[in-house]
Ligand binder design. Structure first.
Ligand code: 1HN
Length: 351
């Protein structure tokens, strides 16, 4: 009879004679079987990503100190990285593919122009008067706005206001670095050239029709004002009266595809008193509280997110979000690795 458990315990490295192992090592060879279960565990992948909560109050205090300790000329980008302890604090990873950082720009400062292969987005957390210039388009930065800095576009940040400005950076840097395709170029100063995509694409369902001028922009919309995303969520909530989650995806308004190639970005509204159980899906997720308060439960780990807090959860894990208020909606920005997983053909929803 066939014994299905024949392969239950595989040989260990120590089972091999030392002389044989030495010969393998000298020839840059390694036996697979001692490591096979490690790279292909049964049923569910090994995830280094740990559920992690970064309260904004703590980050803010240390970031303001960084503003006193390190001038912008010594930092280029004054950022505290939100590092997932499961990936090691020095590896700049919130998850396998996501990088998170909180960036501070003080009045009058300029973060100089450069471009790079990783894709970035900014979610503006605090302050008025800063702008980012992306591919010639000047994008004002207001709280809750999402601003894209897609691969290859020149970008720089400036600040004409009175108070510190802080934003959350989300990049696909860990993935791009892993694939050995991560590099940057320093640029000549950019001039403000193009129009403003957030005005051209101000309403869903209708897009500008070019009659005389063809646009060849791969990324036609770079700034997604919070006022518009919030208005879209509020009308969606009215329209679908409870059957589904109130969520919108930040998309390329010309193609309907995800706004960037590797990471996905969404805005989520929790109705007053709503508890939302998000299914266990393969991508890791990041949540950032734009307005309100949310109780987050990820397996045995629970915490409360207040305004401007950020957290992450590993993939293949259900996440339960509960609006702490019975009378007001709560709003979250969500980032995940879904576009990457779909392109790789490994995306799963396990319910
Ligand atoms: C970057 O270019 C910015 O332009 C922020 O503001 C954070 C982290 C790693 C690599 C490049 C920016 C970054 C970054």
């Amino acid at each position: 009879m066939e014994d299905n458990n024949r392969f239950d315990t595989l040989g260990r490295l120590e089972d091999l004679p030392q002389a044989y192992r030495d010969q393998l090592t000298q020839r840059n060879l390694v036996p697979l079987w001692p490591s096979l279960r490690g790279v292909l565990p049964p049923n569910i992948p090994t995830r280094k990503t740990q559920t992690t909560h970064w309260p904004y109050r703590e980050i803010r205090e240390l970031l303001i100190q960084a503003g006193e300790l390190t001038p912008i000329e010594k930092a280029e980008r004054r950022v505290l990285v939100l590092a997932n302890p499961g990936h090691g604090l020095n590896n700049m990873q919130a998850s396998a593919a996501m990088y998170l950082g909180m960036q501070l720009l003080l009045p009058g400062e300029l973060a100089p122009v450069h471009r790079h292969t990783p894709n970035a987005v900014r979610m503006v957390v605090e302050g008025d008067g800063a702008w980012t210039l992306v591919g010639g388009e000047k994008c004002p930065m207001q709280r809750g706005d999402l601003i894209l800095t897609p691969t290859g576009l020149w970008h720089e940040h400036g600040h004409d206001g009175q108070d510190p400005v802080i934003w959350l950076d989300v990049l696909d840097l860990p993935l791009v670095y892993y694939t050995e395709t991560s590099y940057h170029l320093e640029g000549p100063s950019q001039s403000v050239t193009s129009g403003q995509g957030y005005k051209a694409y101000a309403r869903g369902g209708v897009a500008p029709t070019k009659v005389f001028q063809r646009s060849d922009k791969a990324y036609p919309m770079l700034r997604y004002p919070w006022a518009d995303a919030k208005a879209a969520l509020l009308s969606l909530a009215e329209e679908q009266s409870g059957q589904d989650a109130v969520q919108v995806t930040y998309v390329n308004p010309e193609t309907g595809a995800d706004a960037e190639n590797i990471l996905g970005f969404y805005a989520l509204m929790l109705r007053p008193g709503e508890t939302l159980r998000l299914p266990a899906r393969s991508p890791a997720q990041v949540f950032h509280q734009i307005e309100g308060q949310t109780d987050v439960q990820v397996e045995a780990t629970g915490f409360t997110m207040v305004e401007a807090d950020t957290c992450c959860a590993p993939g293949y894990t259900a996440v339960t979000l509960k609006n702490c208020s019975a009378t007001s909606p709560a709003f979250l920005f969500v980032a995940d690795e879904a576009p990457l997983h779909r392109k790789l053909g490994v995306y799963e929803d396990r319910g």
